[in-house]
Design a protein around this ligand. Sequence first.
Ligand SMILES: NC(=O)c1ccc[n+]([C@@H]2O[C@H](COP(=O)([O-])OP(=O)(O)OC[C@H]3O[C@@H](n4cnc5c(N)ncnc54)[C@H](OP(=O)(O)O)[C@@H]3O)[C@@H](O)[C@H]2O)c1
Length: 316
Amino acid sequence: MAEKKIIGVLGATGAQGGGLVRAILSDPSGGFGARAITRDPASDKAKELAALGADVVVADIDDSGSLERALAGAYGAYFVTFFWAHFSPEREKAEAASMAKAAKALGLEHAIWSTLEDTRRWIPLSDGRMPTLMGSYKVPHFDAKGESNAYFIDEGVPTTFLLTSFYWDNLIHFGMGPRRDEDGRLVFTLPMGDKKLPGIAAEDIGRCAYGVFKGGDTFIDKTVGIAGEHLTGAQMAAELGRVLGEDVVYQAISPADYRALGFPGAEDLGNMFQFKQEHESDFCGARDPAVARALNPGLQDFRTWLARNKERISVA
Ligand SMILES: NC(=O)c1ccc[n+]([C@@H]2O[C@H](COP(=O)([O-])OP(=O)(O)OC[C@H]3O[C@@H](n4cnc5c(N)ncnc54)[C@H](OP(=O)(O)O)[C@@H]3O)[C@@H](O)[C@H]2O)c1
């Protein structure tokens, strides 16, 4: 039997990387093997991946030596950073730079960089439509990823730039599900006006990434954007209402009001939603569900994802 091409997967115990590890392992004849990279191989999630057949290895993305050791001998790697673990675009850029350096030094044949738009290409810092944050960003967690594309290009790493979408799982894990208001109505709040938001089941990101690795050369040096479906807030509320068996009202608060909510990252996310609203056509256009479905034939639309996850959606 031909040797398997090993993919080193960062964030393997998390949403994006976990989906990729499971996709690789669920296709034993696909020619790929999964090396799950974690800081803690003793965690329950790491043990689950080992039980499925992943090779679990230790690295911290802030320790470039550990990253290189973890990726040695691999064919490819899935690179993702964890903005919400530290809220620092500077740190995210340093992490991406060391990922690109490691990929180059090790001669990896295919890297996927999980990226997002550098929104400053559409909204320069001088543009007063939204506040500049942290001195030099409009949407820090987007801009740092988009700016980091250059590390992979400059190092000459054979890279696919994967543009991800809003996880529908945020309705479960990020407190974005419907809430009951004072009048007893279920309200779904999203600062998207009447514009469409590309969304995806987080698990499908990894499955699409697996399709990218299988496609190999076809996707190297290309940008691939993925979404499960593009939906307005009103359409999402209607689907939520169907599955919860009760009307859900869509509340389109303004990005400015969202920025003022005061939780950590609220300004970043308010700017992000404003960018997505005001550049709907570019943002949706870059994420074609048909492309995602070709990579991952089991791609879920919102209705399918909701049907599978309705018990997990908390109604605050
Ligand atoms: N939420 C959304 O809608 C959305 C949409 C698009 C893009 N994104 C982006 O997705 C990224 C996060 O990806 P995710 O959601 O897959 O992450 P996640 O589910 O939060 O998982 C993160 C995993 O990464 C590992 N990790 C964290 N810090 C690490 C470090 N210093 N070194 C090595 N591993 C580390 C942790 O594993 P161990 O504890 O096992 O080490 C953790 O399980 C963010 O940058 C965010 O901007 C999010």
